[in-house]
Design a protein around this ligand. Structure first.
Ligand code: BYC
Length: 314
């Protein structure tokens, strides 16, 4: 097959670890992969607001409430940066939203679990945002410019989120026996789903090889999962919580942690829409979309009138 000059230029840019911008020619498969990953990521941020919003009205103090509200607002902002980055690839936002509310689009498996106690806010910040940072810092160097730049801003905010979660757990661990039990219970429930956030094992990850060849992903799912576990172990010691894996042990030979097999059946069940909260998350998202119809209509009408005024003045 002969290589077109555009393809050659694209390949050279990727080989030089350069950045592809919206104005540049790109292979259709590259565009498609980016829209897939970025829109899934945007949906995850938007759906990810729900498990925490559940605690805004019940946070244990005014300060905790204010911090949690700011965090949930940050997630809305992350969703917007990411939808904007996906739009630069030619996919309208309405199309992405429709796919989400119709239940046709994926979003992170992690947001299909319930948040029954306040300690869940700590565990989400520490484990879920921790996993997010570990996965997303390398994405700041993604070859597609708008995605990489959005990730830089997002990662800065995720670091704050991770620390606030750690601090919630630390406060609970320094409290009463009941508070310590609550913190440990939340860690027990969120640990395995957080490890699943990195995606299926490398030998079952159909997209990794091509995404790495295009410098979108920089590490494999298993590499990042291992790195994350390595980060958690010393932090768990400081907190005084136990990571719920009896086989977790440093291996001098492999220079990484040995760990138990992850329950991938559970992961694929959640992806198929059969997790504990999938139906509820989508129902709530649909409801919010319908409730917001008047805002979209008002904004469109305002834009129409502004355009009319500008036209009349010209
Ligand atoms: N959940 O070939 P693979 C956040 C899908 S937001 C659901 O390895 P890839 C936060 C995958 O999409 C967290 N689906 O795929 C927000 C693919 O399906 P399709 C979200 C998953 O893309 C609020 C299939 O499985 N972060 O942090 O090479 C509050 C095969 O997988 C999952 C991002 O989106 C999963 N866990 O690698 C707090 C980061 N894992 O599309 C925190 C950006 C895999 O072929 N995304 N799948 O139908 C990525 O880095 C990559 O897309 C992934 C997967 C590592 C997630």
């Amino acid at each position: 097959m002969t290589t077109t000059p555009e393809q050659a230029q694209f390949d050279a840019l990727i080989a030089a670890d350069g950045r592809i911008e919206p104005r540049d020619w790109m292979p259709e498969a590259y565009r498609k992969t980016l829209v897939r990953q970025i829109s899934q990521h945007a949906h995850s941020e938007i759906i990810g607001m729900q498990p925490e919003a559940n605690w805004i009205s019940r946070a244990p103090s005014l300060k905790r409430k204010a911090i949690l509200m700011a965090k949930v607002q940050d997630e809305a902002g992350h969703g917007l940066y990411l939808y904007s980055a996906a739009q630069t690839l030619g996919t309208p936002r309405d199309e992405m939203t429709e796919a989400l509310i119709a239940g046709k689009a994926k979003y992170s498996s992690i947001f299909n679990y319930p948040t029954p106690t306040w300690a869940d806010m700590g565990a989400i910040g520490w484990l879920v945002d921790g996993a997010a940072i570990c996965n997303q810092v390398p994405l700041c160097r993604a070859s597609y410019g708008p995605y990489g730049r959005a990730m830089v801003r997002i990662c800065k905010e995720e670091s704050f989120h991770q620390r606030q979660g750690f601090e919630i757990l630390l406060t609970l661990m320094q409290g009463t026996d009941e508070q310590r039990r609550m913190a440990q219970d939340a860690v027990d429930r969120w640990y395995w789903p957080a490890l699943q956030m990195f995606g299926p094992p490398d030998d079952q990850s159909p997209n990794s090889a091509q995404s790495m060849a295009w410098n979108i992903k920089r590490f494999t799912n298993d590499e990042l999962r291992q790195r994350f576990v390595g980060m958690l172990v010393p932090q768990a010691e400081v907190l005084g919580v136990t990571l719920p894996d009896p086989k977790l042990r440093w291996n001098d030979e492999t220079q990484q942690y040995d760990m138990s097999e992850i329950d991938w059946t559970e992961f694929f069940e959640v992806l198929a829409g059969r997790g504990p909260m999938n139906a509820e998350r989508l129902r709530r998202r649909r409801e919010a979309h319908e409730d917001g119809a008047w805002v979209r209509e008002a904004a469109a009408e305002y834009a129409r009138k502004r355009a009319q005024i500008t036209e009349q003045a010209a």
